[in-house]
Every structure is written in C-alpha cells, then in structure tokens.
Design a protein around this ligand. Structure first.
Ligand SMILES: [Mg+2]
Length: 431
C-alpha cells in the first residue's frame, strides 16, 4: 500500500518584471510565480507535483490555500484516491466551509486545481505514461464520469458527451500517430509584449517566422493609436499569410471593445482575446455579435466550467482558452473541453507564465486525440521563457509542440529551482 506522507508547498517567484517579458495592458510588471505543491508518498521514487501560476504579490496567499487543501490528503491511501479521483474532486470542491470562499472560483478553487493535478501526476507516473496518454486511454464512460455535471447537464447531457467521445473513438489511434509524428501547432506571444519597443517588435516578429510559427499574438488595449501602429509593424513583418491575433487582457468595456475591434479588424485578426472582463458573459456575447466574423477568445481567467457553459451557450466566444491552473485541475479541464466540442468552439489553450506550457499541453493533446472535431484547427500558446526551471521542459521545434513522452503531468519544477527562486529565502532574493 502506498500512502501520501507529506504535502510541501513552496512560494516560487521569478523576477520577470526586469525585462518586461510578460507585460501587457493589465499587467505591466509581472514577476511570474508559482505556488508549488509536492505530494510525497511512502514510495521514495514517487512524488506528485502540481502548482498554481500567479504573477507575484499574493503568491504567499495562494501557497497558504494550497497547503489548506493538500494537508487533507496526508496519511491517506493513494490507491484509494486513484481508484475514484472524481470522489476526491467532489470532496474538495464541495467542502462546505472552504466552498464559502468561492464557490468554485479564485484562490481556493485554484488550490484544489494544484492538488488534483498533483494527484493525476501521481496516477500518470504510476502508469508510466504522460498525462495526455492516461486520459486518452480512458473509456468514453470513464471520461464522462470525471466531470461533475451538476451545473452543466442542462447544456450538455452526459449521454451526449459519451456519444461524442464514442464517435471519435475510431480515429483515436490514427490521430495519436499523427500527433506523435507532427506534434501540435504552437503560436507565439513572445514578440508582442506591450513593453517592447517598435524595433524589438519588428525583429521578434521576423524571428518568429524564421522559427516556423504560423500565428503570432500581440498585446493591445493600452492605447488605440499605439495598437494600430504596432499591428501595422507586425503585419508588414509577417506578411499576409501568417495569422495575427491580439490580446486586450480585459482592458476594454463592451462599447470600447466593439469600437477598438472595428478599427483593428483591417489587420485580419485570427482572434481577439479577453476583450473585456472575464465574468461578463453577456458582454462577450454582445461583442462577438457586433464584430462578427472576427472570432472572440477567452478562458485564462474563466473561473470554472459553469462560466464556460454560459459563454458557449450565448456564443460569447468561438475559441475557449483553457488554462491548466485557473480551474480545479483535470476534472474541470475535461469538462471544459467537452463543453467546447459540443458548442463547436475550438480549444486553443492559454500558456506561457511559468510551467503553464508544460502543464496545459497534455490537455491540448488529449483534446486533439480524443475530442476535437478537427485537430488541424487547433494550436497552443507558446512563450519561450523560464522553461529551464521545469523538470520536463516542453519541446517546441519548427513552430510545433512535440508530444510529451515522459511519465507525469509536466507539473514538476527542476529540483534546484527552489534553491534560487523560493521567496524570500532563495539565493536570488537574498542578493
Ligand atoms: Mg491572454
């Protein structure tokens, strides 16, 4: 019998604000951070990892929340937990006292996500598979059983979700073979941070083309005249055939968003991301209708599957950008992938930050193999910094994510990272 013996949480912070990498209209000076959980077990070779990504101040609050949830697993039998992870997910998300701090949103919900992702990391490591493969090898009924349907079944009947998975089943092996051979398209945000000057923007756009990316994303939303100028620079640099997306990081109100998108649409936008407040579902629907056919994308701040359901029901987004650490982990993410498939929306995950690429790629590959109607429409965000801090850094070559091959959920940090970047005791923060 293997049991969970300890839950250790580390406040990791990286000083990204010094280079303005990661800067956008809402977040001008992020220090990319992670509240990082390691679940030790009675098997010395088996540790499960999960984390919540934050951007600096408050990471200590997030770490305390992860501790509050993870401590409940200490002393418990791992086999029992892995036998029915949905029961654990339900236990943690429906805890009546902690639920008061949400429900299903914010610091506590993300803390549950770190814990559930660590539990699935343990499951995949024990199976000797990467997480995407663990999910792909579940039967359709088992996938459906991962989801808490309480607030979702009015839009997507679980029986219909199972049918959908069964319809894709015959293509699964050929899709996996193709994904092993070709990977999954990456798009890059690296040229487009708002803090970069025009020359750097131009240079990095050209470099992204040379690196094989077929979609580039620019941050917008601080000043419309600047946005027009920067989009002009980017479009000239990449030519007409490379897709160009923009991300306003919630800066606009609804009428402002409509006005700005109407003015920027001539740059041929693949999508407009987070045009307004992420909770304003009706606002997203109003914007999407007004600027049709420009696609609207959102999701990195979408608190839970219930919000995703409403967004998709009202056609407020044509692209759902799931994030590996915004929601309560594997079970919520599988729910959102199924909801998107039912609604005919593309899942193009949010990544970047620190560790987000490594974690969310598993859900992108699962979606491409087992759920999505047309995997060729899918891509996944890629930002090139901080991968050296992960134990299993992503492999992106010729503009494509290569399928992960190592066991686990991709959520482990490099063993020496905490020595330098634990806050405030790490060597870096002591200088
Ligand atoms: Mg974004």
């Amino acid at each position: 019998m293997v049991s969970i013996t300890a839950a250790s949480v580390t406040d990791l912070r990286f000083p990204t604000n010094r280079t303005l990498a990661g800067s956008d209209a809402m977040n001008p000076d992020p220090d990319y951070s992670a509240a990082y959980l390691e679940l030790s077990t009675s098997d010395p070779d088996l540790t499960g990892c999960g984390f919540v990504f934050t951007i600096g101040r408050g990471n200590d609050i997030q770490a305390a929340a992860v501790t509050a949830v993870a401590d409940r697993l200490v002393g418990r039998n791992l086999d029992g937990l892995l036998e029915d992870p949905s029961a654990l997910n339900r236990e943690l998300t429906w805890d009546s006292q902690l639920r008061w701090l949400g429900p299903d949103k914010g610091v506590m919900h993300m803390a549950v996500g770190a814990v559930m992702n660590a539990v699935w990391d343990l499951r995949s490591r024990r199976e000797g598979r990467p997480l995407w493969s663990t999910l792909v090898h579940l039967e359709p009924a088992e996938v459906v059983a991962l989801v808490d349907w309480t607030y979702l079944a009015d839009f997507l009947d679980p029986a219909r979700a199972r049918e959908l998975l069964e319809e894709r089943r015959s293509e699964r092996d050929s899709r996996v073979a193709l994904l092993r051979r070709d990977g999954l398209a990456a798009y890059t945000t690296s040229p487009g941070w708002l803090g970069y000057d025009d020359n750097k923007l131009d240079r990095l756009c050209r470099r992204a083309l040379d690196d094989g990316f077929s979609t580039i994303k620019l941050k917008v939303g601080a000043d419309l005249a600047d946005d027009r100028r920067r989009l002009g620079i980017a479009r000239r640099a990449i030519g007409p055939d490379t897709a160009l997306a923009i991300d306003a990081n919630q800066r606009w109100g609804v009428p402002q968003a409509i006005n700005a998108i109407e003015q920027l649409a001539r740059f041929d936008l693949r999508w407009v991301e987070e045009p307004t407040h992420p909770d304003d579902i009706v606002g997203h629907a109003t914007i999407a209708k007004a600027v049709h056919p420009v696609p609207i994308a959102t999701g990195e701040h979408l608190a839970n599957p219930t919000m995703a359901k409403q967004l998709l029901q009202l056609r407020g987004a044509q692209i759902l950008q799931i994030d590996a650490t915004r929601v309560a982990g594997v079970h919520d993410l599988v729910a959102m992938i199924l909801l998107a498939a039912h609604a005919g929306a593309d899942v193009i995950p949010h990544a970047g930050g620190v560790g987000l690429c490594e974690a969310v790629q598993h859900f992108a590959f699962f979606n491409a193999a087992s759920v999505a109607a047309d995997p060729s429409r899918l891509s996944l965000e890629y930002v090139e910094h901080l991968h050296e801090h992960m134990a299993q850094p992503v492999k992106v070559t010729a503009g494509r994510y290569r399928i992960p091959t190592q066991p686990g959920a991709g959520t482990a940090f490099h063993p020496t990272t905490a020595d330098s970047f634990a806050y405030p005791a790490g060597a870096h923060w002591q200088q």
